[in-house]
Ligand binder design. Structure first.
Ligand code: DX5
Ligand code: ZN
Length: 228
């Protein structure tokens, strides 16, 4: 097993006028990476920010924090180079947003970023499977993408379990409604990268929430390795 428990706060629900300091606050609270939600008002019914913001954030927080870009956009091809230039580390696109995932994977790699591939709740995991050996991370959405603070969809867990059984060393991320009350389900199913927005950002003690999430996932990983 080559994967570790990693917690990536989604800064969508933070005070967006203070994005730089919010990112620093999350890293100082023990975050392993930052999950940055890019929405174009077309692929999803909401708007956030694009590569100019990422470029400013990178300058503000320094080289260290790993930026996982969750690209909830139509035509994800057009932002690969600008995001790489802005300082993104991983480009996570939705399989529903492109007709040629293979080419996009290649372009992302050539630009020097890691590749994440996401599926919405209505998309089967079998659609992602053919690409799983070419990507760094699979993202199983546990809400309809577009907004923070939604209810966790437990019925997505069979997708995570199936992916974990088929791809024992793949990074598997869950995103949407994940916090102290729901992380156990994700960890048991086999997710190792946990995006958490409102549960972390809205907490008075983000350090404790991040530590708790990581402990639950690390224990599940250890249990799985002992069971094998
Ligand atoms: C939803 C975003 C998520 C969201 C997570 O479209 O992709 O990253 O911000 O926020 P919570 O944890 O509040 O559901
Ligand atoms: Zn996200």
């Amino acid at each position: 097993m080559t994967y570790n428990a990693k917690i990536g706060p989604s800064i969508l629900s933070s005070d967006l006028s203070c994005l730089g300091s919010e990112c620093v606050r999350m890293m100082e609270s023990g975050a392993d990476y930052l999950h940055l939600d890019v929405m174009d008002g077309h692929f999803v019914p909401n708007l956030t920010f694009g590569h100019p913001m990422v470029e400013c954030l990178r300058k503000s927080v320094g080289q260290d924090p790993f930026f996982d870009m969750h690209m909830m956009v139509s035509r994800p091809e057009q932002w690969v180079k600008p995001m790489a230039a802005a300082g993104a580390n991983q480009y996570t696109f939705h399989i529903e947003s492109t007709t040629n995932p293979g080419n996009l994977i290649k372009e992302i790699r050539e630009s020097g970023m890691k590749v994440g591939l996401a599926i919405k709740p209505g998309t089967t995991v079998e659609e992602l499977a053919p690409w799983a050996n070419q990507i760094d991370m699979a993202l199983v959405m546990t809400v309809e993408p577009g907004f923070g603070g939604q209810k966790f969809m437990e019925d997505m867990m069979p997708k995570v379990s199936w992916l974990r059984s088929q791809f024992p060393s793949l990074d598997i991320e869950v995103d949407g409604g994940v916090g102290p009350d729901t992380v156990h389900k994700c960890a048991e199913a086999g997710a190792n990268m946990i995006v958490s927005g409102s549960a972390v950002i809205g907490s008075d003690d983000p350090r404790s929430v991040i530590a708790l999430l990581r402990t639950v996932v690390a224990e599940a990983i250890q249990k799985r390795s002992l069971d094998r």
